[in-house]
Design a protein around this ligand. Structure first.
Ligand SMILES: [Fe+2]
Length: 400
């Protein structure tokens, strides 16, 4: 069972209102977290003045602070296919626990990645449980990402999840600015690829001959329109400048893309048979602007559906390959959020599914060429750290 998500008693509360409505939350681990967050925040305000002054001094001296120096030995984005003539991509989600299950899934994936010539990986959010990183050089980046994924030596396209954007309450999504630490961390890591909070990547990287990309990924930040709580910073309001800018960017980028396969990466799913449900009615909430995910539903339906081949998401700790339908205008939803935590053992909703699994840990491998796209779902036995190919789905390209 997965019990990490705290569900608020009503839609669109602020975190303070949630804590008042559920005083029991102020006890136990959540209470500890709230006290921790409140105390360092006061210190941060004081420390921030000193740190800011120090940084200014360094910059005036013409030097960059060490933490901002970009690594030059990053694992490169693929510029060519593997021996099978495909771009093979490891898909993982909700991985960042640092626990044995995450290590076991990564170890099992390592074997498959070697055999399949995988040159790129995707992390679909909730990269650092439970609260997201405390700074851009938090040791949790090592214990919950670098160490488990050692040997998976490739760029990892990372997206922000609700736990990465925790406010006072773990997983609330109530402090999107916290995600900036994960963007900053990309400068220090060979693997972690997150040039900004939302971005696109086309393969092959640097084609040089003007040819169209085979595949393009569009990594989006779904948190400000799917948070369990109301946003407090006007920049991140559901109708604030950040979401307006992101929507305009996504719309333009999808329209402009000449890639054969277009794939949107967003932590929160559009459609979902798992317990959190689908955008617009997350966790049973159908009112409000945040908790229900109604405005993410709009974004998916108005900008993504009918244009992208796939929406890849996590959030539910399950593995689901859903069917493209008239409702999705041909776009296929895949949920792949079982790399660190396992699901809850049953389907709660009935969207048509090609294949789904609600109990095992696992990952998927995506393979694309100009002519076909294949998704292979693997379940992992955590005890033996072995992967089992549980399902293969292949789509051919009419245009290819
Ligand atoms: Fe999540």
């Amino acid at each position: 069972m997965c019990d990490d998500e705290l569900i608020p008693p009503s839609a669109d509360l602020t975190e303070e209102q949630w804590l008042r409505a559920e005083p029991a939350l102020a006890e136990g681990p959540v209470g500890e977290r709230v006290r921790e967050m409140r105390a360092p925040r006061r210190r941060t305000v004081l420390g921030g003045v000193v740190a800011g002054a120090a940084a200014l001094t360094v910059l005036q001296g013409g030097e960059r602070p060490a933490a901002a120096a970009a690594r030059t030995d990053r694992f490169p984005l693929p510029t060519a296919t593997n021996r099978a003539g495909e771009y093979a991509v490891l898909l993982t989600g909700d991985a960042g626990t640092g626990d044995e299950a995450q290590h076991a899934v990564a170890a099992a994936a390592r074997e498959v990645c070697r055999a399949e010539g995988v040159g790129l990986a995707v992390g679909l959010g909730d990269n650092i449980y439970e609260n997201g990183p405390e700074s851009a050089d938090d040791s949790e980046f090592r214990t919950k990402f670098e160490d488990p994924n050692s040997g998976l030596d490739m760029p990892w396209l990372m997206v922000l999840g609700n736990h990465d954007c925790s406010g006072l309450i773990p997983g609330s999504g109530g402090d999107p600015s916290r995600g900036d630490r994960e963007v900053a961390y990309a400068q220090a890591s060979r693997r972690w690829y997150m040039p900004s909070r939302y971005y696109n990547v086309a393969l092959p990287a640097r084609p040089g001959d003007g040819s169209d990309p085979v595949v393009e990924f569009f990594a989006i930040d779904t948190n400000p329109v799917s948070s369990y709580v109301a946003q407090l910073d006007p920049r991140y309001y559901w109708n604030g400048p950040y979401m307006r800018e992101q929507r305009a960017w996504l719309d333009g980028a999808l329209k402009a893309s000449r890639a054969r396969w277009k794939i949107v990466l967003g932590h929160h799913p559009y459609l979902n048979n798992g317990k959190h449900g689908s955008a617009g009615s997350y966790d049973g909430f159908v009112i409000g602007n945040y908790t229900s995910g109604i405005h993410l539903k709009e974004l998916y339906e108005e900008v993504v559906c009918g244009r992208a081949d796939l929406i890849l998401s996590g959030h539910d700790h399950t593995l689901q390959i859903l069917e493209p339908t008239a409702r999705t205008r041909g776009t296929r939803q895949i949920v792949c959020g079982a790399a660190g935590k396992a699901g809850d053992g049953k389907a709660h909703f009935r969207h048509p599914a090609t294949w789904q699994n609600f109990s095992d840990h696992g990952f998927m491998i995506l393979k694309v060429s100009g002519g076909a796209m294949t998704v292979e779902a693997y379940t992992v036995d955590v005890t033996t750290r072995t992967a089992r190919l549980a399902h293969r789905m292949r789509t051919t390209s009419q245009a290819g």
